[in-house]
Design a protein around this ligand. Structure first.
Ligand code: C2E
Ligand code: MG
Ligand code: MG
Ligand code: MG
Length: 281
């Protein structure tokens, strides 16, 4: 194995005690300012094909460099942006930025470019009637083929069915890939895999964490690779931090791995597509 330890030196800010309504409102207003003054940026984390080590895809992840608070974790501000509705504008910006970057990689790297860029989409974005149109526009203005984009949604965002699932069908019809993110942690139901159009199953980090032990997480990770294969889905294991985890996942049948072991999220100019083989057969 060859591990990469580059990128993301900082610890992002997240709340400890002050989650009051006042703090929520303040942060919400600051997101508005941040959008207007360009405080957000997008970083990219490789999704690596094993054993050869090719970077098959990249996941776009938003970052907020707050002028006073410092880096704020998306796990904290995305839910706030969901509640005050600004996720729609922020999400559309991330989508455009990621599509433009993917188009740039294709121009600059040709065959060495990743096959796909993956963009996280929140429940509220997905449920907006105009969302498929927003995606189509982002693709068209970047000149990116729809097959080069995947949207990552959680089980919870699609569990209720309705508009969110209709939107996924429209995206699928465009040619965009659908990934179920953090699979196994939300309103998990295997039926979801039949009722929702899905191409990619992202098996949550929690099942990878103690996969080298004898516990039940390994059993679940093993079951999920069989389910994926049986349903013709592409499985991705998230949060792979060690060579041992990568090795076990590879032996279970996983061929796409993502995590700090392979690369942290980094700005586009630090993103590396070439690398040594990561699993020595
Ligand atoms: P996610 O989509 O499941 O993204 C994976 C998260 O795990 C990222 O955290 C990534 O930096 C982190 N990660 C990747 N590999 C490892 C690893 O090996 N170990 C550990 N400990 N962590 C790893 P991040 O960037 O802080 O994002 C957190 C969540 O915030 C994301 O989870 C996603 O749900 C949400 N998010 C991030 N960017 C966006 C966005 O542009 N739009 C929306 N709607 N949500 C976003
Ligand atoms: Mg994701
Ligand atoms: Mg995830
Ligand atoms: Mg996750």
């Amino acid at each position: 194995y060859a591990a990469k330890a580059t990128g993301e030196p900082y610890q992002s800010w997240s709340p400890t005690i002050d989650e009051s309504a006042g703090e929520q409102a303040r942060l919400g207003a600051e997101i508005r300012t941040a959008l207007d003054s360009g405080q957000f940026r997008v970083v990219y984390q490789p999704i690596v094909a094993v054993p050869e080590g090719r970077v098959a895809a990249a996941e776009a992840l938003v970052r907020w460099d707050h002028p006073e608070r410092g880096p704020v974790s998306p796990a904290y501000f995305i839910p706030v942006a969901e509640r005050n509705g600004l996720i729609v504008e922020l999400g559309a910006w991330v989508l455009r930025t990621a599509c433009e970057q993917m188009a740039r990689w294709r121009r600059d790297l040709g065959a060495r470019a990743p096959d796909r860029i993956s963009v996280n989409v929140s429940a509220r974005q997905l449920a907006r009637p105009g969302f498929p149109h927003t995606v189509a526009e982002a693709l068209a203005s970047a000149g990116l083929p729809p097959e080069c984009l995947a949207v990552e949604v959680t089980e919870t965002a699609v569990f209720e069915g309705g508009r969110a699932v209709a939107a996924l069908h429209e995206l699928r019809a465009l040619g965009v890939r659908i990934a179920l993110d953090d699979f196994g942690t939300g309103h998990s139901s295997l039926r979801l895999l039949q009722t929702v159009p899905v191409d990619i199953l992202k098996v949550d980090k929690s099942f990878v964490d103690d996969i080298t032990g004898a516990g039940e997480h390994r059993v679940i990770a093993e079951a999920l690779i069989h389910v994926s294969a049986g349903l013709g889905l592409t499985a991705v294991a998230e949060g792979v931090e060690t060579a041992e985890q990568a090795e076990v996942l590879y032996r279970l049948g996983y061929r796409l791995l993502q995590g700090y072991h392979f690369g942290r999220p980094v700005p586009a100019d630090e993103f590396r597509v070439a690398g040594p083989a990561v699993i020595h057969a």
